[in-house]
Structures are given as structure tokens and as C-alpha cells.
Design a protein around this ligand. Structure first.
Ligand code: GUN
Length: 382
């Protein structure tokens, strides 16, 4: 595991190392980041984290000690996996505690989730959202509509929820059947109850930097970064993917947090070279294990938003070798969820990364709960 030290780095090194250190723009010896082809030294807000690749290990033994202070040693570490499940639990606990306080004042915020059709995955998501709602202390309402429902009929249901005083948040589960006008439906949700943050009024407010309801997944990514101590300000952030629900709002949120943001997509030229500039990579492009080790700058933080179903044995073998956990999952279900990042390779170069599953996924429901509470507080002025 990553080992952290307090304070600045007293560094004893060969000339070449010093030059790299200075080139990296760090004043004196207290480098924030020091990187060569072989070795990365990183200062975190709470201290210094070291990461050495195998070639640096032999270099280290040729020049011991590279760090001179007693007790400062190199540790060969893989990326820290960010535990999204744990962060999501923390957030849900915070929301539950706030709900408890509101309950004492006779207030119970409510969320309505609307499912049209009987898609198994959507149905499972909706059930999970409703169940989490109840566990935390929200009032929860689940509307199950037949797939034959017309746009007008669904509009009518949404309008009823807009008028319903027990409902603070409305979520219409996507995707909708093809014959339903998705845009019309999303725009029909009262922006104050739009816990998905998909309404154009909320997207506009986000762009302008006004306090508003923001899409759950990118909001979850920001929570993951902040609660993991990642310094966003001044960082080069790459968002891979330009979707309305993730890529675009993600880029705006990172920009508001003072990152320098580049949005990349399938038509970006020299994509690996561009991604390699990033201190923070958010992969939301929907292509299985697309981001490979050679795309990632040593020490970068990699957030994987992808959830791709892999049901091909050869593909599982290629991506995970004999990893018993993956194979157990695969044998049980006949498929596994794989992100947009090649986890096995990238963990060798990244400093932190989110796993799939157990990274961004659980965060989405937690931020939905947070949004519902926020919507209730705004609408009820409590
Ligand atoms: N389907 C998959 N993810 C989402 C989401 O975040 N919101 C809605 N409304 N539908 C989804």
C-alpha cells in the first residue's frame, strides 16, 4: 500500500534526477511532483507518496538511499483503489442523519421514480433507488408504466408529480422506449424537482456556476475526488466522453473546481497522447478497457465511469488473466462488468483509481439521495 510521509523531501540524487526535479517546476527540494521515466515521487496534501516501477528498484539499489532522511524508504506500490462503496455509505449516512433532523420537524422529503417498460436492468436500478430511499428515511414512490405509454400520457404523469406536495424529487428512468420523446419528458420535470439535473434550466445554471441540481454521476465523481484528497485546482483534467449526462457536466464541474479541462471523444486526434497529459482522467466513453497503461501519466488519478458488460470468456481472460474474483463473478452470472479503463495495466502507473465495480457506480445512488435532500430543502425552504 501507498506509504505517506509528512514534510518536505530531503533528496540525495544524481544530477540527472535533480534536473528532472527542477524541470518539473518545483522550487528547491520540496517538489510537489517529481517524475522520470522510472520513478515518480508525489507529495500529497498529507505528505509524500512514493511510487517506484521495477526499473527504478534496480536504480534505487545502485544509489542507496535516494531519500536520505532516516526512515524514508521506497515502497513499491500499486495504485490505491478508491473505495466508492465506502464513500457512498458515508454520504448516505450523512443524508440519513439530516433526514432524521427534518423528521423531528415533521418533514419527510419524497422521491418518485418512474419506470416505463420492463427492461430488467432499468427495473433493478429503479428498485435499488427506491429501496435506498426508504432505508435512509425518504418517502418513496415507484411508478411502473407499460412500454406502450405515449409521450402525452407520460407527460401527464410527470405533471401530476410536479403538483404533488409530497414529492420533492422526480426521476424518470432512462432509456425510455423509442416512441417516447425523451427531450419533452425531461423538460417537463419541474426544475426544482429535477434530481437528475437533466433539465436545460439546471444545465444552464451549472454552466453559469449557480447553485443548482447537478447530474448524479459527475457529482459523484467530484465527491470521490474530494473525499480522496485529490487536488483538483490547477490540475490538467481530461474527460473522455461528451455525453449530456456525464461528460459535459463533468467537464463543467471540474472547470468550476479550477482544473484545466480538456474534453476528448472518439474523433480526438492522438487520443493517447492527449490523455497522457492529464493529472486526472475521467473515462466515460463506453468502450471496454479502452484506456490502457500507456495512455496514463505516471501518478495520474484515474476515475472509471464505464460499465460495460463482458460476456466473452476470451475477453475476460485477456483483461483479467486468472483473477479468481472475476472468474467467480463470471461463472455465477455469465458476464462481468468492466470499466473503460484497463485496470490490470493502469494500476501499475496510476496513483489512485476507481475500480469497476465498486467505484463510481455506488456513488450515483448516494448523490441521487443527496440531490433529493437538496431539492427538498430548496423547495420547502428548510
Ligand atoms: N439510467 C441510467 N442512469 C440513469 C440516471 O442517472 N438517471 C436516469 N434518469 N436514468 C438513468
Amino acid at each position: 500500500m501507498m506509504k505517506l510521509w509528512e514534510g518536505t523531501i530531503p533528496l540525495l540524487a544524481e544530477e540527472g534526477w535533480r534536473d528532472s526535479l527542477i524541470e518539473d517546476g518545483a522550487p528547491g527540494w520540496s517538489a510537489r511532483r517529481y517524475c522520470s521515466a522510472d520513478l515518480l515521487l508525489r507529495l500529497r496534501p498529507i505528505g509524500l507518496a512514493l511510487r517506484a516501477t521495477p526499473s527504478a528498484l534496480s536504480l534505487r539499489s545502485a544509489h542507496p538511499p535516494l531519500l536520505c532522511e532516516e526512515g524514508h524508504k521506497f515502497h513499491d506500490v500499486a495504485a490505491t483503489f478508491i473505495n466508492g462503496t465506502k464513500i457512498a455509505e458515508d454520504i448516505k449516512r450523512e443524508v440519513a442523519s439530516e433526514l432524521e433532523n427534518l423528521k423531528h420537524r415533521g418533514i419527510q422529503p419524497g422521491l418518485a421514480v418512474v419506470l416505463v417498460g420492463d427492461d430488467a436492468a432499468s427495473s433493478a436500478y429503479v428498485n435499488m433507488k427506491a429501496k435506498t430511499c426508504e432505508q435512509l428515511g425518504f418517502y418513496s414512490r415507484k411508478l411502473m408504466m407499460p412500454s406502450s405509454l405515449s409521450t402525452d400520457q407520460l407527460l401527464c404523469e410527470v405533471r401530476k408529480l410536479n403538483q404533488d406536495d409530497a414529492i420533492d424529487g422526480i426521476l424518470v428512468q432512462l432509456p425510455l422506449p423509442k416512441h417516447v420523446n425523451k427531450h419533452a419528458i425531461l423538460e417537463s420535470v419541474d426544475p426544482q424537482k429535477d434530481v437528475d439535473g437533466f433539465h436545460s434550466a439546471n444545465v444552464g445554471s451549472l454552466v453559469l456556476g449557480h447553485e443548482t441540481l447537478v447530474a448524479c454521476t459527475p457529482l459523484g465523481v467530484m465527491e470521490v475526488l474530494r473525499r480522496s484528497g485529490v487536488k483538483i485546482e490547477g490540475a490538467n483534467a481530461i474527460v473522455l466522453g461528451r455525453s449530456d449526462d456525464v461528460g459535459k457536466p463533468q467537464a463543467i464541474l471540474l472547470m468550476h473546481a479550477n482544473a484545466t479541462v480538456t474534453i476528448c471523444h472518439s474523433k480526438t486526434r492522438n487520443l493517447p497522447d492527449v490523455v497522457r497529459q492529464a493529472d486526472i482522467v475521467v473515462a466515460a466513453i463506453g468502450k471496454t478497457a479502452m484506456v490502457t497503461r500507456d495512455w496514463v501519466k505516471p501518478g495520474a488519478v484515474v476515475i472509471d465511469v464505464g460499465t460495460n458488460k463482458v460476456s466473452d470468456r476470451a475477453e475476460v481472460q485477456r483483461l483479467f488473466g486468472d483473477d479468481p474474483t472475476r472468474w467467480k463473478d463470471f461463472e455465477k452470472r455469465g458476464y462481468i462488468w468492466v470499466g473503460d479503463v484497463d485496470e490490470r495495466g493502469v494500476k501499475e502507473v496510476a496513483s489512485m483509481m476507481t475500480p469497476v465495480p465498486g467505484g463510481v457506480g455506488p456513488m450515483t445512488i448516494a448523490t441521487l439521495m443527496k440531490n433529493t435532500l437538496k431539492a427538498a430543502r430548496t423547495r420547502r425552504a428548510v
